[in-house]
Design a protein around this ligand. Structure first.
Ligand SMILES: [Zn+2]
Length: 352
């Protein structure tokens, strides 16, 4: 923050100098006052596009309150999206009706968005059987690539393989096995589904193959996240120790805290224990860790229908050394291989 203040101060100073030099000619655009703490209100959507209608929102409730009571398609569709973000399926369906059953027939693109949002509302509202027609129709009409991708995701929202999942088949170590402290649900946001995976490192040198040592490491991370950073639980959903064991971190029904703000939405956080940087404090990920990471990614893709294009490194979201220059190429290679087709490794789902 002080960094930005000093930049602003410098800009204003430079501006005053140039203002004096120009003897009052011209304006001083950099001196425009911008509040430092509060984000500007989201602009009203004025187009029916994925960028306008389906953009992530920082605060759905506030944005919804600011929307005019208009039935113009961009406004009504954005309202439907925001109602869905708040879990109000019924209100979202009502908003889409303003577009689908308006006096004038909706344009194909408007209908595509309305059908998609209504289908999603049916799925979220617990009546997925009602969604099939809307989603099929949306698929026929959709041209916006951002919308086409989203429709594919909803179609993938089949009843999740809750227990008989591919990840479960990896023999994930439970929270009890690392003596997790109980989470604080008041500081957690629910996660309705997962659409992407982000890989991290713990940034602490660690090369002990014993499960007891891994348990202590994970406890420390949870303590740092809860007591140090005020998180409701450990920030990652899964952790992988040097022996290749996979440990359950934050349960997937809760959104993670690992990729900064809105980047955490529907994002599964995987932490590989170790410090994968160059130099004396760094280390290479073990072969067991690389193998386990690949298996976990494949299993998560399988359980949640996550495409290979949705596998990220923490550094894809912000300037950070995480997950380390020695792990990044491993993640890139895994993602590239999985984009190339059906993985050769399929996790066997245990018999019920
Ligand atoms: Zn990270």
């Amino acid at each position: 923050m002080s960094h930005f203040r000093s930049i602003r101060a410098a800009k204003v100073a430079a501006c005053l100098l140039s203002f004096a030099a120009a003897a009052g000619l011209g304006g001083c655009s950099t001196a425009r006052y911008v509040p430092l703490e509060t984000a500007p209100p989201a602009p009203l959507p004025n187009a029916v596009s994925a960028a306008a209608i389906l953009a992530p929102t920082a605060d759905a409730r506030t944005e919804l309150e600011r929307l005019p009571r208009s039935s113009a398609p961009p406004i009504a569709l954005r309202r439907a999206f925001l109602e869905l973000e708040l879990g109000h399926a019924r209100a979202a369906i009502d908003a889409t009706s303003q577009v689908l059953y308006s006096a004038s027939r909706p344009a194909a693109n408007e209908e595509a968005f309305a059908r998609y949002l209504r289908g999603l509302a049916y799925v979220k509202g617990g009546t997925p059987e009602l969604a099939a027609y809307d989603l099929d129709r949306a698929r026929q009409l959709a041209l916006d690539p951002g919308l086409v991708g989203r429709i594919g995701e909803v179609a993938a929202t089949r009843p999740a393989a809750a227990s008989g999942s591919a990840v479960a088949a990896l023999g994930v170590h439970s929270r009890a096995q690392w003596h997790a402290v109980a989470a604080n649900p008041r500081r957690l946001d629910p996660m309705d589904r997962a659409t992407r995976i982000t890989v991290h490192h713990s940034a602490m040198y660690f090369r002990n193959d014993s499960p007891a040592a891994a348990a202590v490491q994970i406890q420390q991370i949870q303590h740092e996240h809860m007591a140090g950073r005020g998180y409701g639980d450990i920030g990652y959903h899964y952790l992988i120790d040097p022996a290749g064991r996979v440990w359950q971190g934050r349960p997937l029904r809760w959104q993670g805290a690992h990729a900064s703000g809105a980047n955490n939405i529907r994002n599964i956080g995987v932490c590989v224990l170790g410090n994968f940087v160059r130099g004396a404090d760094g280390q290479q990920p073990s072969a067991a860790q690389v193998g386990a990471l690949r298996h976990l990614i494949v299993a998560l893709m399988q359980d949640h229908d996550i495409p290979a294009g949705e596998i990220f490194r923490h550094s894809d979201f912000k300037a950070t050394a995480c997950p380390g220059p020695l792990l990044e190429p491993v993640i890139d290679r895994i993602a590239r291989e999985l984009r190339g087709g059906v993985p050769e490794y399929r996790v066997a789902t245990p018999a019920p």
